[in-house]
Design a protein around this ligand. Structure first.
Ligand code: ARG
Length: 457
């Protein structure tokens, strides 16, 4: 089989070289966007008078058919045709001869690959955005389910201050919102059309790049052929966006793994989402959460992978870039699988309310509220901090809670303390006393929840 580029060659390519240089085994995933790009290109060629309208129609009809055959699994892929671009062009030429041989007018595989990748990544962004919304909705739904639950909030994994469970769920909604915004921003910078940059320099033919860009839904046309023919910034941004979303999922999974331990015992996971041990009959393991945390590594690894890939490339296209798709597909597939499962895990889990409530008074979650009570009575903050610190030490030695202290004990520490202190002692009271915008108290959380319900509806 003669190569599309075989004109100046006297020898056939060594089959081992074909096997080494092929990308069809992974870039066949680009077939649909490749066909979309080619149809727009053919339409533009006809508009520019470089092919006739009849030729354009034949090209587009046959591209359509080829697409259907690939989708139906009826298309044969061969290593000697290297990549998806050569396969589709070759199939077209086999079917319509010289008309097919005109499709590649005014373009190169370099701008073609870049266009395909942008179209594919753009679709991937839209797909991931939908999945992220579903996760946000799952967390918002939990807020009502856990409406009256108070959780110990932690810093350094040490008990810190009490918050409504809904405040915790909405924290994740915020994180996934930023992930969505980052993806939307990446999409904007990506949406600049490379097609017509050709190999590196543009072309001497009178092509209309504005038209192809418009047909393919790009916002504008890349202004420098040399830059855009090998630019992969958009892929690096994309996998970074995915990595940060994966990091958010991973920290959530980590937290729930901790909550699922006998030591914490905050969480019940449905049997359908846990697994057993082959030797220890009593075990129930949170493997799915562990794999979500684990798969994050796959996603994150693609950021350095792509940066290393491009760091030493002279302008413009170099064959190294063929490897970019592997990184992008790997990050997309790994994150997508996690995102797809997450809403059902979030919805299926249950907080063990009694267990959480029964230990809520451990760990002096109300200490900061007591300090702020003193501030409201006119005590300087640092003095209040020290006073409450001493009271906590006193409680620790007597093995009691702040709320167990008598008014006399409290007054000994600070004479400004009155009976009204009872209103902020205890974890639930301390939570209720939170009043600042964005805090974990009732009013603030109810307002944020109402906003999120509206935004996501
Ligand atoms: N298979 C190659 C890739 O995916 C196609 C680009 C080829 N361009 C070239 N100048 N050899 O990157």
């Amino acid at each position: 089989m003669a190569k599309a580029w075989g004109g100046r060659f006297h020898q056939a390519t060594d089959p081992r070289i074909e096997a080494f240089t092929e990308s069809i085994s992974f870039d066949k995933r680009l077939y649909a966007v490749d066909i979309r790009g080619s149809m727009a290109h053919a339409t533009m060629l006809a508009h520019a008078g470089l092919i006739t309208n009849l030729e354009r129609d034949r090209i587009c009809d046959h591209l359509d058919q080829i697409g259907e055959e690939i989708a139906a699994g009826q298309f044969t892929f061969r290593t000697d045709l290297e990549d998806i671009h050569m396969h589709i062009e070759n199939a077209l030429i086999t079917r319509i001869g010289d008309v097919g041989r005109k499709l590649h007018t005014g373009r190169s595989r370099n701008d073609q690959v870049s266009t395909d990748l942008k179209l594919y990544t753009r679709d991937a962004i839209d797909d991931l955005d939908k999945l992220l919304v579903e996760i946000q909705q799952a967390f918002v739904a939990r807020c009502e389910q856990d409406a009256d639950v108070v959780l110990p909030g932690y810093t350094h994994l040490q008990r810190a201050q009490p918050v409504l469970a809904a405040h915790y769920w909405l924290a994740y909604v915020e994180k996934f919102q930023r992930d969505r915004e980052r993806l939307a921003d990446c999409r904007k910078r990506l949406n600049v059309c490379p097609l017509g940059a050709a190999a590196l320099a543009g072309t001497t033919l009178p092509i209309d790049r504005q038209l192809t860009a418009k047909l393919l839904g790009f916002d504008s046309v890349a202004a420098n052929s040399l830059d855009v023919s090998s630019d992969r910034d958009f892929l690096i941004e994309f996998v970074f966006c995915l990595s940060l979303a994966a990091a958010h999922l991973s920290t959530w999974a980590e937290e729930w793994i901790i909550w699922f331990t006998t030591e914490f015992n905050f969480l019940k996971l449905p049997d359908a989402y846990t697994t057993g041990s082959s030797i220890m009959p009593q075990k129930r393991n949170p493997d799915v959460l562990e794999l979500i945390r684990g798969r994050t590594a796959r996603v994150m690894a693609t950021v350095p992978q792509l940066l290393i890939l491009i760091k030493s490339l002279p302008m413009a296209y170099n064959r190294d870039l063929q490897e970019d798709k592997l990184a992008m597909f790997s990050a997309y597939d790994a994150l997508r699988a996690c995102l797809e499962l997450t809403p059902s895990i979030v919805a299926g889990a249950e907080l063990k309310r009694d267990r959480i409530e029964s230990r809520l008074e451990d760990g002096f979650l109300d200490a900061t509220a007591l300090m702020e009570y003193l501030i409201k009575k006119g005590v300087p903050m640092r003095t209040g901090h020290e006073t409450v610190g001493k009271l906590v030490a006193h409680c620790e030695s007597r093995q009691c809670r702040l709320a167990d202290l008598s008014l006399e004990d409290l007054k000994t520490a600070c004479s400004l303390i009155e009976e009204d202190v009872r209103g902020i002692l205890g974890a639930r009271n301390a939570m209720k006393a939170l009043q600042s915008y964005g805090s974990g108290g009732e009013e603030s959380v109810a307002a944020r929840l109402a906003e999120w319900k509206q935004r996501l509806s």
